[in-house]
Design a protein around this ligand. Structure first.
Ligand SMILES: Nc1ncnc2c1ncn2[C@@H]1O[C@H](COP(=O)(O)OP(=O)(O)OP(=O)(O)O)[C@@H](O)[C@H]1O
Ligand SMILES: [Mg+2]
Length: 347
């Protein structure tokens, strides 16, 4: 269904300004090492203190907790992760479930073909959707049972036998606090099960919270979320709670973080990459619009104002089309993809 889907181009992203002290999303993304090109779950985090780009692999670092006081950079970080995924994954290989009970942070993404359901802003709906994800996980376990050890092995088999692949599913919750106020037991139960078992079958979890209070971040859920990011915290206690150590209370804010991936004892200090709302909108627009109609050279097309012609060339991810119209215009014309009503069937 998405054979012709094009990934957003890096040209949609802002170039870093010279006087800018921000770490831009683009400047990190362009340094993605070659050997990581095929790892579609490698995402941008930011830059280390000595200026190296920092990426991480979502399949290794899920479940991931992102915590820190208000305004510290959690949502920006979540947006860089989502945008990294959108820049590198087609909708048939990666699906997203986005939960944003504050209704502020993730609404931009509505409509993109990667979403399994519109961005969820209601706690009741979130609880139901999380239970569905648990059922999806169980279904996947049944599908793989005894024959394949993980989603990679299963998808390898499908590729060889021309069967549809299982997409990755990334569940993002920004922010947890309101959610657990609504239906603590059910939500905690779903999240704990996902945190424990979902990774090997391609379901990944990213949770954010201003403070991982014991109200939800305790016991079984806590011991199963081992990758942690802490932005600045308002107290030493919060830093200890998130990272099991001091330090996050001294961070500067605005994307300054300590990153503690599973298996590490010492956190890495990272300045988080910044992706602006404008850039997100461009990526989303690309995912939304440019995919509706796919045009290739020599296709016959009809424009919205009823003219019929032949595509002579397609430039730049189909953002400009050179058309020779049948109505005997003396010269070819360049039109936008948006002006195309339909691609006519081949005779
Ligand atoms: N990586 C970054 N680089 C530069 N500035 C940043 C970065 N991250 C965040 N900021 C600045 O801080 C502001 C708040 O960030 P963000 O919305 O991510 O906070 P938050 O932790 O999600 O807060 P809340 O808990 O209130 O939702 C941003 O609008 C931006 O101005
Ligand atoms: Mg936020």
């Amino acid at each position: 269904m998405f054979e012709n889907y094009k990934l957003p181009s890096i040209d949609l992203l802002d170039k870093p300004g010279e006087s800018d002290s921000l770490v831009s999303f683009r400047e990190v993304l362009v340094t993605l090492p070659k050997e990581k090109y095929e790892d579609r779950l490698t995402v941008v985090l930011g830059k280390s203190e000595i200026g190296n780009s920092v990426f991480f692999d979502l399949d290794k670092c899920s479940p991931l907790l992102i915590s820190g006081t208000t305004g510290s950079g959690k949502s920006v970080c979540i947006n860089t992760i989502i945008c990294s995924l959108l820049m590198r994954n087609k909708p048939d290989s990666l699906k997203l479930l986005l939960i944003d009970t504050k209704r502020l942070e993730l609404p931009f993404y509505n409509g993109i073909p990667h979403l399994i359901t519109p961005v969820i802003t209601n706690s009741g709906k979130a609880s139901i959707e999380l239970q569905k994800v648990v059922r999806e996980m169980e279904k996947r376990y049944d599908l793989l049972s005894g024959k394949f050890k993980n989603i990679e092995a299963y998808n390898e088999y499908c590729k060889k036998n021309n069967e549809p692949l299982l997409p990755y599913l990334v569940v993002v919750i920004d922010d947890m606090t309101d959610l657990v106020k609504f239906d603590k037991l059910a939500i905690e139960d779903s999240l704990t099960r996902l945190a424990k078992y979902a990774k090997s079958i391609g379901i990944f979890l990213i949770l954010s919270a201003q403070r991982p209070s014991s109200e939800f971040f305790d016991g079984e859920l806590k011991v199963n979320i081992l990758s942690r990011i802490s932005f600045v915290t308002s107290s030493v206690i919060d830093s200890k709670n998130i990272l099991n150590m001091l330090g996050a209370e001294k961070l500067r804010g605005k994307g300054d973080m300590l990153f503690l991936p599973v298996g590490e004892n010492t956190p890495l200090r990272v300045q988080g990459a910044y992706v602006s709302e404008e850039e997100i909108n461009k990526i989303v627009d690309f995912c939304l619009q440019k995919q509706k109609i796919q045009v290739k050279e020599l296709d016959r097309i009809k424009t919205k104002d009823g003219r019929i012609g032949t595509v002579l060339s397609v430039w730049f991810d189909t953002s400009g089309l050179e058309i020779e119209f049948d109505d005997n215009s003396p010269e070819t014309e360049t039109i936008d993809l948006e002006d195309v009503e339909e691609v006519l069937p081949k005779k």
